[in-house]
Design a protein around this ligand. Structure first.
Ligand code: MLT
Length: 243
């Protein structure tokens, strides 16, 4: 049984994940926001690599049913209906809508997992449900990649800690001895030794959390660090994320 953690999409070898299960994590904030949006009735989320791609995608959809969502440097892209805050994803805002979304870190990670099957969307907010779904996929396939969005193509503490929590939750004790875990997975588990089961302590210690707090997104950080507030596990397939 092989389990690999990738701290950024740069580390992903597309050939190595083709047809195999992938769990994508972007605690601050894309996967947290997607889970909130789908939990509040969004029909689907279409990832777009850039703002221009998002505009082109949206033009091919029925005007009244699509919302442009996304950020650059954590701020809503001018002209977009939504940014990338999970707190914007209210039922009034998103119910019945298809979101076309582009973000700096989370969306590139999802697009990098395009060849995976299934591609599961995880965060703290759906931790237990996502761990259960990832464990089923891991046991069925005999392998799993946990793909962190990271930050600006680099290591992000909040995602790496989350990866460690998922490794601990996905691999039952009986399999630990036979588990082939890569070095990033070993390091991610060490973060769990440091922070324990305290999501808030780990997430708020990150540079990204500080960056968001400085831009008045402290409530987003608090929301993203709350475990198990949602039990749906979105899946990415055929270029769309759905509940
Ligand atoms: C992301 O991809 O989640 C964003 O780059 C980070 C953010 O929205 O602050």
């Amino acid at each position: 049984m092989k389990l690999a953690v990738c701290f950024t999409p740069v580390a992903v070898n597309p050939g190595s994940i083709a047809g195999k299960p992938v769990l994508v994590i972007d605690i601050l904030r894309a996967t947290t926001s997607m889970i909130a949006a789908l939990a509040h009735g969004a029909k689907a989320i279409l990832p777009a690599a850039s703002a221009d791609d998002a505009l082109k995608l949206a033009q091919n959809l029925e005007r009244g049913s699509v919302l442009l969502a996304g950020e650059r440097r954590s701020e809503r892209i001018p002209g977009f209906a939504l940014g990338n805050s999970p707190l914007e994803m209210t039922p009034d805002a998103v119910a019945g809508k298809t979101l076309v979304m582009t973000t700096t870190n989370g969306i590139p990670a999802i697009l990098a997992a395009d060849d995976g099957r299934p591609v599961l969307i995880g965060a703290a907010v759906n931790f237990r449900a996502a761990a259960d779904a990832a464990r089923r996929a891991f046991e069925a396939a005999g392998e799993l990649t946990i793909l962190c969005a990271g930050r600006d193509k680099g290591f992000a503490l909040e995602d790496a800690y989350a990866a460690g929590r998922f490794v601990e939750a996905i691999v039952p004790g009986r399999l630990r001895r036979s588990l082939e875990l890569n070095d990033a997975g070993v390091a991610a588990r060490e973060l769990v030794r440091k922070y324990g089961n305290d999501w808030k302590k780990a997430v708020t210690a990150s540079a990204h959390a500080r960056f968001l707090r400085e831009r008045n997104f402290a409530k987003d950080v608090a929301f993203a660090a709350q475990a198990d507030t949602h039990d749906l596990v979105p899946v990415y397939a055929d270029r769309r994320v759905t509940a």
